[in-house]
Design a protein around this ligand. Structure first.
Ligand SMILES: [Zn+2]
Length: 276
């Protein structure tokens, strides 16, 4: 993914290209005022880089230096875990890690590796609800997840435990899910999955501890099964760290009748094993 790709994807056409001159003099007047206000807004709030606040050419984007600091995941990648693979052997490729410990979800995709600037941007989203980062993330997710978004029937965000939701006030996975739904015109089911217990951080736990930690942590509540049964579900989270959380959530969704569960996240931990 390059700066140009994202600029094109984000619909950043040159000013004036977005609204054709149709609709007579009233429409022309409207376009004129829109341009004036847009110009004024840029003077009052000039576009700044989401990563470092340097001046940039458009809102909700990164400067070239910050772009270089993101490890975007590019093909070839493991079809199950979404992690980058060292070489392309052609066709659908599955990593050794996915063969050894198949996850309960079908396919995972992520925008970038969880390090450097990406880690800080996700942290900011979690605790500050940064609106500009949210818009940038939505566009990135749409590109990285084009295949899994296109093939899903319904979007479900990985829920937070109730106590954590109260202390943090919002669920960042739900915010990302809403962005994807808005950009792709897909349905989102905000109540279809609940977290029944608060789990510990997965990093640093052994495989057995990770499985025990998230066992039975998710549930499709009574009355919500119809939103999931027979559907291809896209599960959205901010970070896939070990894969155990996504696997546990996928198990609950499949128990409720989902015929496929794919996962889409902003980042995937590259150095830790991904699998249940
Ligand atoms: Zn920057």
């Amino acid at each position: 993914m390059t700066t140009d790709d994202t600029a094109a994807d984000a619909g950043m056409e040159p000013r004036g290209a977005q609204r054709p001159w149709v609709g007579g003099p009233l429409a022309a007047l409207h376009i004129g005022w829109t341009r004036v206000f847009s110009g004024l807004a840029d003077i009052i709030l000039p576009p700044s880089c989401v990563g470092c606040q340097a001046r940039v050419f458009a809102h909700d984007t990164l400067c070239p230096s910050c772009w270089r600091d993101i490890d975007f995941i590019r093909a070839p990648l493991c079809d199950r875990l979404g992690i980058p693979l060292p070489y392309d052997t052609g066709g659908v490729m599955i990593s050794a890690a996915a063969v050894a410990d198949p996850p309960d979800f079908d396919r995972a995709r992520a925008v970038a590796l969880y390090n450097g600037l990406m880690r800080r941007l996700i942290h900011d989203l979690k605790y500050k609800d940064a609106l500009h980062a949210r818009r940038l993330f939505g566009r990135w997710l749409r590109v990285a997840g084009s295949e899994v978004i296109g093939e899903c029937d319904v979007i479900v965000a990985v829920p937070l435990a109730r106590s954590r939701l109260i202390s943090r006030r919002f669920n960042q996975a739900q915010i990302l899910g809403n962005e994807i739904a808005r950009l792709s015109d897909k349905l989102i089911a905000p109540l279809a999955l609940v977290r029944t217990k608060r789990t510990r951080q997965q990093v640093g736990l052994s495989r057995t501890e990770r499985q025990r930690n998230v066992a039975g942590a998710f549930l499709v509540p009574a009355g919500q099964e119809s939103r999931i049964a027979g559907k291809a579900v896209l599960l959205v989270d901010d970070v896939i760290t070990t894969g155990a959380t996504a696997s546990a959530a996928a198990r609950a969704l499949k128990k409720a009748g989902a015929f496929r569960v794919d996962v889409l996240a902003l980042a995937i931990a590259g150095s830790t094993p991904v699998g249940p």
